[in-house]
Design a protein around this ligand. Structure first.
Ligand code: FAD
Ligand code: A2P
Length: 291
């Protein structure tokens, strides 16, 4: 992965608007709008169901790490098919990156899977999301818990220096069915650790715990089980989950999100929002039961 990073980009001089409270309902709808087009600059297929791609970034496009935007393609009649996508690149980068599932008959991804360098895709200018550092109370440790493409917003947050300014340790857990499905998160973590500007802080503070459920691997088991039986913390020589010091972000299927929230509520963790920062925040990685 190529980075063209300057310190000005790491610390953007522009004051960021409070984007997390904005509604995507105000996104322009309908057919293509030339100002909403970006060009694909790279595509990588990780498995037959997962790929990532980069686009150029309009100079006016601003977002906070962890947010999502609406992206899409025009159908045969020129009508826009758009879907919510987490922005996987950090806010300071000069390109945008996305990590995508392929749903065989999915209206968008059955087309999006064929994109190539030089193609145009639709990118709506508004961004929003709940996986926002401002929604969390201060703490010592930040747990980022993702399954499948739910890793995408965390690919952005683990490359944001503010994440490491807010927390002493960041524990990223990525749960998938198979080892091959970990390919993207393994590459992003490796590249982040080797990055000339953020590599040192990432190496010092980020713990990466990939886990699979349907193959043998160094770490196996569902995230819910690793949390509940204390294996996650003990494998990293960390104390058990603690309300005073630990904050959590969750991004997975509805089932995963609900099961983790239930565990946290039983420990008196409170969900955070912008007016009342809390102990955890949740975002759905997709709507529905998954494929
Ligand atoms: P759809 O008609 O949208 O979906 C068909 C079915 O496929 C869904 O009902 C569901 O069962 C399954 N499905 C959809 N997306 C996924 C997924 N990611 N993982 C597993 N099963 C899925 N998708 C991404 O690939 N990457 C992202 O970064 C991403 N971010 C999202 C952020 C938010 C806040 C939300 C709500 C959704 C996000 N999605 C993401 C899902 C995305 O919006 C689309 O649903 C997905 O691209 C499939 O589009 P489609 O039109 O092909 O199929
Ligand atoms: P499992 O293989 O035991 O179903 P998917 O590809 O279906 O989105 O699943 C991604 C990962 O999330 C898999 O490892 C899957 O485990 C796990 N998973 C699915 N549902 C839950 C849940 N409710 N709680 C914890 N992990 C889950």
């Amino acid at each position: 992965m190529e980075y063209r990073l300057t310190m000005t980009q790491l610390h953007p001089p522009l004051a960021m608007p409070d984007q997390a409270e904005k509604s995507l309902a105000s996104c322009p709808k309908g057919g293509n709008n030339a100002t909403d087009q970006v060009k694909v600059t790279a595509v990588t297929h990780w498995t037959d169901k997962l790929f990532s791609f980069q686009t150029d970034r309009p100079p006016s496009f601003r977002f906070q790490s962890g947010e999502f935007a609406m992206i899409g393609l025009a159908d045969n009649d020129g009508k826009a098919i758009t879907r919510a996508y987490s922005i996987a690149s950090p806010h300071w980068d000069d390109h945008l990156e996305f990590y995508s599932i392929i749903v065989p008959d999915g209206p968008l991804t059955s087309r999006l899977r064929h994109i190539q360098i030089g193609d145009d895709i639709i990118l709506r200018p508004k961004t929003t999301g709940t996986l926002n550092l401002a929604r969390l109370r201060d703490g010592k440790r930040l747990y980022l818990l993702a399954t499948g493409t739910g890793f995408a917003p965390f690919a952005s947050l683990i490359r944001d220096p503010e994440t490491y300014e807010r927390f002493d340790e960041v524990i990223l857990v990525h749960g998938c069915r198979t080892i091959a499905e970990l390919g993207y998160s393994q590459k992003i973590v490796a590249d982040s650790r080797a990055h000339p500007l953020i590599g040192e802080i990432v190496t010092a503070k980020l713990h990466y715990v990939p886990s699979v459920t349907r193959e043998n691997f160094t770490q196996t088991g569902r995230i819910t089980t690793l949390l509940a039986d204390g294996k996650l913390a003990s494998s990293l020589s960390l104390p058990p989950l603690d309300l005073d010091s630990d904050r959590i972000m969750i991004c997975g299927s509805i089932g995963l999100n609900q099961d983790i929230a239930a565990q946290l509520l039983a420990k008196n963790f409170q969900e955070g929002n912008l007016s009342s920062p809390g102990d955890y925040v949740i975002e759905r990685a997709f709507v529905g039961d998954g494929i």
